[in-house]
Design a protein around this ligand. Structure first.
Ligand code: HC1
Ligand code: SF4
Length: 594
């Protein structure tokens, strides 16, 4: 430990700590734009300047504490230097704050007002061309070259999509090797978006498309919400975690104008029935180990692009929201057609990659339906009615995906006051779910839910929750693993989140250093709770707090095993037969290699 003085106060900090971290731990706030703890401590924005006695001004994020150091963060000279640096950043930023989707969460805008900055002089360059259909959007004219995207993509997500050219004022952030973004190996996890301090990186905005569908009397809009949405949707809307309940979320979805409000959790239970049964079959086979979960499209994109040798080992089960779309299109289309309406399925997701997933041609149902994607002024919801006789036509399971941030914008657009809403139930029969489904939204949850039911499928008895508890697993980094006894079988499981962690696990599997039977991967650190489509709170990593909400909801649920969901049993009885049946394969599985 060393002792330094910050603003006249003695502060102890471990050797090697930066002045910024020491100050933050002591409750002294220093503004930052480019800093990301342990990942991006490069002092490039120079907004975190402090005065070090005897040395002058220094960037606090990359200046280490030294015994006896005397630091001031609060002098007019420090403020003026920070302001000059901020103004230089502002002068190079196309500040279109009135229409920017990050206007409420922009770190630059926040500091611009604190530091009393002036508007940039003159007109700034237009954004560089970008693929407007790609789920990840970039506006280069709002980029402040902080390098956060470069750091998070390379060091946490192993994709290295972003790079830079030039030095000093001529620095530019580019897609690696100047490739088109669609060819750059992007997993679409969206972590660069949630770590961007401005509106330079965003998800494609599909709000207009959803409004168009809601307003069309010939369209029956069916919405579903992902497990991890219930823990985060209130963050950008002024609701506390206690106020932002699943019941109020269902009420908000009705208030926006969706005709039917279902819960992706129902389909997560369905996924467990299918994937759990697939795993039981897999265990008795000599197929190459391990089987991988396939519900995270960021992970599926990653493995296909970066480790294609493992693609054949993905579970064939579609992800829950795709399963929900398939069930909706197959069970409700005739009723809608009788009323002269066609179905339009919308998923509210904490995820950017789901925008890609719903467009994958192989993920389609066999019932005729409509489809469209992308921001539109008109005409993206096709007009052709769906007639039952078109039943053999393939159509997407899900027609459009909104991130939680877009859902917040939709609520504001329609003027829904969420604080005034009473709780409402999800619609049935596709709204009832179990605690096992709720924990899908955090790392380890899919594995835990699968084990709760796989053990039942093998032994005929429900296991103790503790026997399946992935949070209690031996905590190795970068993955956690356990060996479980289920009946006569010993099952070796592993769980990883974040794609750098994932790549280490895949390398270990490939070299034979590690061997497992079943592996859950989620692309985003912490799983969907930390998803790239979640609300943004600058400099806060909220995955753990959000996961705590899901764990509490699971613990409080009367139903905690997917196989005990009575509506799932009814769906099998009325429509699908049994897990892995012919109909189950038609509706709920896909060839992951295609
Ligand atoms: Fe997820 Fe999933 S848990 S992938 O993280 O399997 O997005 O929440 O909806 O489909 O259920 C995301 C979350 C989500 C699917 C489920
Ligand atoms: Fe999407 Fe969840 Fe995967 Fe992140 S972890 S890419 S939010 S599915």
């Amino acid at each position: 430990m060393v002792t330094i003085t910050i603003n006249g106060q003695a502060v102890e900090a471990p050797e090697g700590t930066s002045v910024l971290d020491a100050a933050t731990a002591a409750g002294v706030t220093i503004p930052t734009l480019c800093y990301l703890k342990d990942l991006n401590c490069i002092g490039s924005c120079r907004v975190c300047l402090v005065d070090v006695e005897g040395e002058g001004l220094a960037a606090s994020c990359n200046t280490a504490v030294r015994e006896g150091m005397v630091v001031r963060t609060d002098t007019p000279q420090v403020a003026a230097a920070r302001r000059a640096n901020l103004q230089a950043i502002m002068d190079d930023h196309r500040a279109l704050c009135a229409t920017c989707v990050r206007q409420d969460t922009c770190a630059l805008r926040d500091l611009a007002s604190t530091f009393n900055l002036a508007d940039a002089p003159g007109l700034l360059p237009e954004p560089a061309p970008w693929d407007a259909d790609f789920p990840l959007q970039r506006d280069s004219s709002k980029c402040i070259k902080c390098m956060r995207c470069v750091a998070i993509c390379e060091k946490v997500q192993h994709c290295a999509v972003w790079d830079f050219t030039g030095v000093g004022p001529s620095t530019k952030i580019i897609v690696r090797d100047s490739l088109p973004i669609a060819e750059a190996g992007c997993a679409l996890c969206g972590q660069c978006i949630t770590h961007c301090p401005t509106g330079a990186l965003t998800a494609r905005d599909d709000v207009s498309l959803i409004m168009e569908a809601i307003l069309d009397p010939a369209v029956e809009t069916v919405v579903q919400v992902a497990p991890a949405v219930r823990t985060a949707w209130g963050e950008g809307l002024g609701l506390s975690r206690e106020e932002a309940t699943p019941g109020r979320l269902a009420a908000a979805l009705h208030a926006v104008g969706f005709d039917k409000v279902f819960d992706t959790d129902f389909a997560a239970d369905l996924t467990i029935m299918e994937e759990g049964s697939e795993f039981v079959e897999f265990l008795g086979s000599d197929a190459p180990r391990p089987m991988f979960t396939s519900c995270c499209p960021g992970w599926v994109r990653f493995v296909k692009q970066h480790y294609p040798q493992f693609t054949a080992q993905l579970s064939s089960a579609k992800s829950p929201h795709q399963m929900m779309g398939a069930v909706v299109k197959n069970t409700l289309a005739a009723e809608a057609a009788e009323a002269g309406r066609r179905l339009f399925v919308v998923s509210i997701m904490p995820c950017v990659a789901k925008k890609y997933e719903c467009d994958v041609p192989e993920l389609s149902t066999v019932v005729g339906a409509t489809h469209g994607a992308g921001t539109s002024d008109a005409g993206l919801v096709p007009d052709a009615p769906v007639a039952p006789e078109l039943a053999a036509e393939a159509a997407p399971d899900v027609d459009a995906v909104l991130t939680v941030r877009e859902f917040g914008r939709l609520l504001r657009l329609v003027g829904v006051d969420c604080t005034a809403l009473s709780e409402a139930p999800f619609d049935n029969p596709l709204g009832l779910s179990t605690g096992a489904a709720t924990i899908f939204g955090r790392t380890g949850g899919v594995m835990e839910a699968a084990l709760r039911s796989a053990a039942y499928l093998i032994t005929g008895e429900n296991p103790d929750f503790s026997a399946c508890d992935t949070t209690a697993a031996t905590s190795e980094t970068p993955w956690m693993s356990r060996e479980l006894s289920i009946g006569d079988a010993t099952v070796r499981i592993a769980v990883a989140s974040g794609l750098e962690n994932t790549s280490k696990l895949l390398d270990a599997l490939e070299s034979g250093e590690a061997a497992f039977d079943f592996v859950e991967i989620m692309a985003c650190p912490g799983g969907c709770v930390g998803g790239g489509g979640q609300p943004i709170q600058f400099n806060s990593e909220l995955a753990q707090a959000r996961a705590g909400v899901l764990n509490r909801l699971d613990a409080a649920d009367k139903l905690r095993y997917s196989h005990e969901n009575p509506d799932i049993a009814k769906l099998y009885a009325d429509w699908i037969g049994e897990p892995l049946s012919h109909t189950a394969h038609e509706w709920l599985h896909t060839d992951q290699e295609s």
